[in-house]
Write a protein that binds this ligand. Sequence first.
Ligand code: FES
Length: 105
Amino acid sequence: MGDWTTVEGDAALAEGAVLNVDLDGASVLLVRHEGCVYALENRCSHDGSEMDGGQIIDGAFVCPHHGARFALADGAALSAPAYEPVTVFPVRVEGGCIQLKDERW
Ligand code: FES
């Protein structure tokens, strides 16, 4: 289990925004929805593309390429053409900073 890593200031992530950050070499999308922060690996389970430009619509993250929807909390695929989840990372806000834990290893 990795340690918590600061990736961004809490104030930098507005409600409904999506920010691309780096976590130990992985591209991660931070999103804030209804005040909570979520972190999804920036790799769509449909074809492996990065999902920069995706949006939060009706409480789910929507891939900009072919419209697959993913649950924010656990990365579950909610609609075709994706059928597998995307990786999500534990998030906490400490001292005004957004911190992630890399549990991929
Ligand atoms: S690459 Fe994301 S839905 Fe196709």
